[in-house]
Write a protein that binds this ligand. Structure first.
Ligand code: ZN
Length: 145
């Protein structure tokens, strides 16, 4: 707790190893954001708080250089769960219309355009996008295009 507060004031640059973990973890989400016209998040490779060995923490940088929300890559879970958690975090960032009124819920459901966004989930140890209404798996995360 004390350590988190200290890091909040003075973020710690990530180590090369942590940067590699972060880039690899976020990587699969970028093609989905790109393919659907979503602004790509800039990642500030600094830890805003410390979860010890459980997670790599960083920031999203908003257009214009402001600091956006923190993101966390959880390390001790399956790759599918790790991607699922990251998808939730980036989805929350992408849809934050209070920060940028031009944003909209992301990703839009191709089965029901304009009515709801896809929800991340995992099926058979693969992170996927699902329609929350029908439950249909639309695509594996990273293959939305
Ligand atoms: Zn739908």
């Amino acid at each position: 707790m004390e350590r988190s507060r200290v890091l909040g004031r003075t973020p710690r640059p990530l180590t090369d190893e942590e940067k590699a973990v972060l880039r690899e973890a976020v990587g699969p989400l970028l093609p989905d954001m790109d393919a659907t016209g979503q602004t790509l998040p800039g990642i500030r490779e600094e830890a805003h708080h410390d979860r010890g060995e459980d997670a790599v923490c960083a920031w999203i940088r908003e257009p214009g250089g402001r600091d956006g929300p923190g993101i966390e890559v959880w390390l001790y879970c399956s790759p599918a769960d790790q991607l699922y958690y990251l998808a939730e975090q980036l989805q929350s960032w992408a849809g934050d219309v209070q920060v940028d009124p031009g944003r909209r819920p992301w990703p839009d459901c191709p089965d029901h355009p304009g009515s709801h966004m896809l929800m991340p989930d995992t099926r058979d140890q693969i992170a996927v996008w699902c329609c929350p209404q029908s439950g249909r798996v639309i695509a594996a995360i990273g293959r939305l295009a």
